[in-house]
Write a protein that binds this ligand. Structure first.
Ligand code: ADP
Ligand code: MG
Ligand code: ZN
Length: 557
């Protein structure tokens, strides 16, 4: 594996072109990428965009190799505001852990100024949703085996992926090839073998300002200079708005760089450690003498996030709750939140729990949702369990929650409220739930959900409606007060178990469960699911043990 890094104008800064062509089309995106990293044009023909996230855009390109050979590659162009250490850590995960056991590898990396492009082998892959309901039971077993293989490998290196979900686990059904991608949120275990994840971890612990770090080297080939504050721990922007208490004045470090959203310069940095910023000083307020406790609105929509990220200098959390400094409240007074729609002063005075909290709500483990600070590789195993739950039930996304407490309530509806509360106790979290929700039998649950889907395809005149696009479960919670979770007015709804012929909908039967092996799902499948969805991270099955589970006993590998 050769890692080539083209470093040009190391100390230079990216300048917004005098007449930028920004119309938002794909063509101009490609043009801009060629412009930002001109050396790409020597090697690649960029064909089109294949992925666009909050933190990167991914393109399919043809690499022109010596001797006239061509190869398809994926170019991941990272958002220029990403922290250099974060970028280097992502690369280091790919370099060290990648390239085998279903973990994506890396071919090259290009950089010019703030723009970093990671070149990976291209793996053509299916959309999870498109194929979910045509997968045979055997394919599901293979899928899980291969996912667990990838997780075993990264966990061996002490990498916690933190964002395990179908869009980060590429699956080529025909070739039976798999690849775990996207280490953009990865963190290290205390004994991680990935040096840069240690940097991220210790920085997170020290609450230090990452941009004061002079230089970080990655192996002998990549050198990243941290000269401006960036996002070290990737977090949704809405949660990371505002500055952290830091000696470096915010106005000193205006960056003249271009953001993905538009050409305006970035006046406000993303925080380096997002979640900690929940309680921050308002950057708009010039008042440094009072520490303000701010509860930000929970915005999860990506578009809204971006807008929020842009506005964050001026808006300064207007609908937040502003209270006196934490220290002015006695700590031994009992919480008064229960059954009220307000957070009591005792709770407002609590210090914000510092815990990594990235990823996608529907895939987050209970300890992530409750912000347990010492998270381990077990959080990835939970996410694998959620994927397995989707595969067995034929529903994706299985949980669709806009915030953590809703996600937690949804977990309770499957795993039981008492069980969830009990498990949370083991890692020091107390959850209040006004209603007792029993745990469900996993086989019955999956068969019920699958039974209502697999045998039907609903089509209208103008195209197919895929019922599995609806989340399997929708729960709403009212009167939430952190840390007390209340579910007094909770609505729990299963998707309608049967489809009716109405409103011009035509119901037609598709593949029978028997053809795909769904009529004889062994108990081992549900036993493994149960062990992956163990509410207690300390006893949750590891990837290594999961691969040895009887469910995989005669797998052809
Ligand atoms: P992000 O951090 O923006 O989520 P990812 O690394 O997850 O970036 O890539 C986004 C999407 O791009 C993936 O979901 C996948 O569809 C596509 N993609 C990423 N890497 C590859 C690759 N090596 N081959 C093919 N497609 C890829
Ligand atoms: Mg991704
Ligand atoms: Zn309270």
């Amino acid at each position: 594996l050769i890692l080539l890094l083209f470093v040009l104008h190391t100390r230079g800064r990216f300048r917004v072109p005098a007449s930028p062509v920004i119309t938002g089309g794909i063509y101009t995106d490609i043009e801009q990428l060629y412009q930002a990293v001109p050396q790409l044009a020597n090697v690649f023909r960029i064909k089109g965009k294949i992925g666009e996230g909050t933190f990167s855009s991914v393109y399919l390109a043809i690499a022109q190799l010596r001797g006239g050979h061509e190869e398809k590659v994926a170019l991941k162009h990272l958002i220029p505001t990403s922290h250099p250490v974060r970028i280097a850590a992502e690369l280091q995960c790919l370099i060290i852990a990648g390239g085998q056991d279903n973990v994506m590898g890396v071919r090259y990396c290009f950089r010019k100024n703030d723009h970093v492009v990671i070149v990976m082998p291209y793996l053509e892959h299916e959309s999870f949703l498109d194929i979910l309901n045509s997968l045979s039971f055997e394919e599901v077993r293979d899928y899980m085996f291969n996912l667990l293989k990838a997780l075993k490998r990264i966990h061996y290196f002490g990498i916690v992926h933190r964002d395990v979900k179908p869009s980060n686990f590429l699956y080529n059904r025909q070739m039976k090839r798999y690849a775990l991608v996207d280490f953009g949120l990865a963190q290290g275990t205390p004994d991680t073998k990935i040096e840069l994840l240690k940097v991220i971890q210790s920085e997170a612990q020290q609450e230090s300002c990452a941009w004061n770090k002079p230089q970080i080297t990655l192996g002998s080939q990549v050198s990243v200079t941290a000269r401006a504050p960036r996002q070290l721990v990737r977090q949704p922007a809405a949660r990371t708005a505002n500055k952290r208490p830091c000696s470096l004045s915010q106005t000193q470090i205006k960056q003249g760089q271009k953001r993905k959203e538009g050409p305006e310069s970035l006046h406000v940095q993303r925080s380096v450690f997002g979640e900690r910023n929940f309680n921050v000083r308002s950057s708009a307020s010039q008042d440094n003498s009072t520490v303000k406790l701010i509860k930000q609105p929970r915005v999860t929509d990506i578009a809204a996030r971006k807008i929020l990220a842009k506005k964050k200098t001026t808006s300064a959390v207007t609908n937040g709750l502003v209270k006196k400094a934490a220290s002015s409240y006695p700590t031994n007074v009992t919480c008064d939140c229960y059954a009220k729609d307000r957070v009591c002063s005792v709770c407002l005075s609590r210090r914000q729990q510092v815990a990594p909290r990235a990823g996608t709500p529907g895939f987050r483990a209970p300890e992530v949702l409750t912000k347990f600070p010492n998270q381990t590789t077990a959080i990835d195993m939970w996410s694998a369990g959620i994927i397995f739950l989707s595969l067995l039930s034929g529903r994706y996304p299985f949980y669709k929650a806009s915030d953590d407490l809703t996600a937690l309530a949804q977990i309770m509806t499957i795993r039981g409220s008492r069980e969830t509360i009990q498990a949370a106790k083991t890692f020091g979290k107390s959850i209040l739930c006004s209603k007792d929700i029993p745990a469900q039998d996993l086989r019955m649950l999956c068969e019920r959900l699958r039974g209502s889907k697999t045998s039907f395809d609903i089509s209208t005149g103008d195209g197919q409606i895929n019922l599995s696009q609806e989340p399997a479960l929708q729960a709403e919670i009212f009167n939430i007060s952190d840390p007390a979770l209340q579910t007094s007015k909770k609505h729990l709804q299963y998707q309608k178990p049967s489809c009716h012929e109405r409103d011009g909908l035509v119901i037609r039967t598709s593949e029978k469960p028997a053809d795909l092996g769904w009529d004889k799902v062994p108990d081992e499948a549900y036993d493994l699911l149960d062990k992956l969805l163990d509410l207690n991270p300390a006893t949750r099955i590891t990837a290594k043990d999961a691969l040895l589970h009887p469910f995989f006993k005669n797998i052809k590998q």
